[in-house]
Design a protein around this ligand. Structure first.
Ligand SMILES: *Cc1c(COP(=O)(O)O)cnc(C)c1O
Length: 351
């Protein structure tokens, strides 16, 4: 019989939801549907696409629109099939056999996943007891363990906490390792370091259209880096990694900065409402803590999180239970209210 190698032996497909739910607050997606203006432009764009031809390998139009959105030069942008693909290319290309990478735990699970697939050693730097990052501990461990690549999400998924710009830049400055800052949620906070991309020889920033831009189904992410690193990432990725439809949808959406900015404000408002409701329950009942949120979700530290997760599931509400935290994505007002009602019922039962 064909023997699977060791790294494949315990692998199972990523299936976020086995069953159907009434309300999905589990994947940090945007709850807003695409505005009609965009849908119309996308339909027109589809009509004009030549699907018999390969896509533009450098996704120039999408990269230009992304660059304009952030006020960056286009040549320093690399597009990926979701930022997830870019993470995989970074691990495959910027690490080689025998080298070590570091994360700051708890963090996004895909970093460890790609590390295992690439057979490189993973050094997990612990967070503080309150789940914040200690920049000095990160710097010290990376130096001591000769780390080649450090990656962390800022703000962090799943903790929802953010590390301020000055602290992030200090880490980049102090290290010779490649430092990858995954800013998947930075559209909801104001401490981006993206404008500093050219100031360091070892910095790469990742962004995604899956969260604030409401395009999780489109699969589009970007890396921003200095000329040398952006150039080498373009060379290391597979040539046709971003399909023509995604490139077009991304370019159309990114050109409407006004629409995105108003969507981001709606999402932040929803998060504030959800947080206010949760904090009210915290005062009334106790038994859990809501962490400060710089993202579009609320993270809860609680006793018996599995039992709460299961209770919500029975009520048809999907939330994420990960790294010991209950992670609740901000939804529509109705969805938030349904979630808060279920949470109140659960707390009233006194479990
Ligand atoms: C959602 C998420 C991503 C993945 O984004 P895609 O562009 O959809 O692949 C990357 N990093 C973090 C921390 C995320 O939460």
């Amino acid at each position: 019989m064909f023997e699977l190698n060791q790294k494949l032996q315990n692998l199972t497909p990523y299936i976020p939801n086995e069953k159907k739910y009434r309300i999905y607050l589990d994947a940090n997606e945007s709850f807003l549907e695409m505005p009609d203006i965009l849908r119309k432009e996308i339909h027109q764009g589809l009509d004009a696409l030549l699907l018999n031809r390969y896509p533009d390998p450098l996704a120039a139009e999408a990269c230009e629109a992304f660059a304009a959105y952030h006020g960056l030069p286009t040549k320093n942008i690399v597009a990926g099939n979701g930022s997830d693909e870019l993470i995989s290319v970074l691990f495959m290309s910027f690490l080689q056999k025998g080298e070590r990478f570091a994360t700051v735990s708890a963090d996004f699970s895909m970093y460890a996943f790609y590390g295992r697939q690439c057979e490189v050693e993973h050094v997990e730097i612990p967070k503080n007891a309150d789940l914040t990052i200690d920049p000095d501990a990160v710097i010290k461990t990376c130096k001591e363990r000769d780390i080649r690549l450090l990656i962390f999400s800022n703000p962090c998924n799943p903790t929802s906490l953010g590390l301020e710009r000055a602290d992030v830049l200090r880490i980049v400055r102090e290290l010779s390792a490649l430092v990858v800052i995954d800013e998947a949620y930075m559209d909801f906070w104001d401490q981006s370091i993206v404008s500093c991309f050219a100031d360091y020889d070892n910095l790469m920033i990742l962004k995604t259209c899956s969260k604030a831009f409401g395009m999780a189904g489109v699969r589009l992410g970007f890396a921003v880096a200095n000329d040398r690193l952006a150039g080498i990432l373009k060379a290391a990725k597979s040539p046709y990694n971003v399909n023509s439809i995604t490139q077009m949808v991304g370019a159309v959406t990114l050109r409407h900065k006004d629409l995105t900015e108003s969507a981001i404000q709606d999402i932040i408002n929803s998060k504030h409402e959800l947080m206010a409701g949760v904090r009210k329950l915290q005062t009334e009942y106790g038994g859990f803590t809501a962490l400060d949120s710089c993202t579009n979700f609320v993270s809860l530290q609680m006793e018996a999180p599995q039992s709460f997760h299961a209770y919500l599931g029975e009520k048809g509400i999907a939330v994420r239970f990960t790294e010991g935290l209950i992670r609740v994505t901000a939804g529509t007002r109705k969805e938030n209210e349904a979630y808060l009602k279920a949470m109140r019922e659960y707390l009233m039962k006194g479990c």
